[in-house]
Design a protein around this ligand. Structure first.
Ligand code: THU
Length: 129
């Protein structure tokens, strides 16, 4: 997991966050061990901002990865930064029940499962009526 945290931390350096100043990095490990990274990307509309987690997931999916084992998210906060609500929904959709490790720059980490962060998720099962 340290490898994944290190990759997320490096990705955070690329954050495009001129509006919030809040820099986030994420990394996701596919079943075959390959790792994809992302940083948050903001823009002048604010609302079209994309979180680091989503950038990492989009990059992985667009490179053909479809099954994942772990995700890491790194921010410079004492209380560890968790994925936002929309990202939790998309992690559930595309990654399912994986390990999500939150880390800060001081080496503090905590790992949770997707269903801990998003209990009773809505997903495709409900569309099969
Ligand atoms: N952000 C992320 O990239 N991931 C998170 O888990 C929380 C929030 C970004 C979005 C925005 O660019 C900035 O942090 C402030 O919300």
């Amino acid at each position: 997991m340290q490898r994944l945290i290190d990759r997320a931390r490096a990705a955070r350096e690329m954050a495009v966050a001129p509006y919030s100043g809040f820099r986030v990095g994420a990394s996701i490990e596919a079943e075959d061990g390959s790792v994809f990274t992302g940083c948050n990307v903001e823009n002048a509309t604010y609302g079209l901002t994309v979180c680091a987690e989503r950038v990492a997931i989009w990059k992985a999916l667009s490179e053909g990865a479809r099954a994942f084992r772990r995700l890491a998210v790194v921010a410079d906060t004492e209380e560890l930064t968790p994925p936002c609500g929309p990202c939790r929904q998309l992690i559930w959709e595309f990654c399912g029940e994986i390990e999500i490790t939150m880390a800060n720059l001081n080496g503090k980490t905590e790992t949770m499962r997707t269903s801990d962060l998003l209990p009773r998720a809505f997903d495709r099962r409900f569309l099969q009526t």
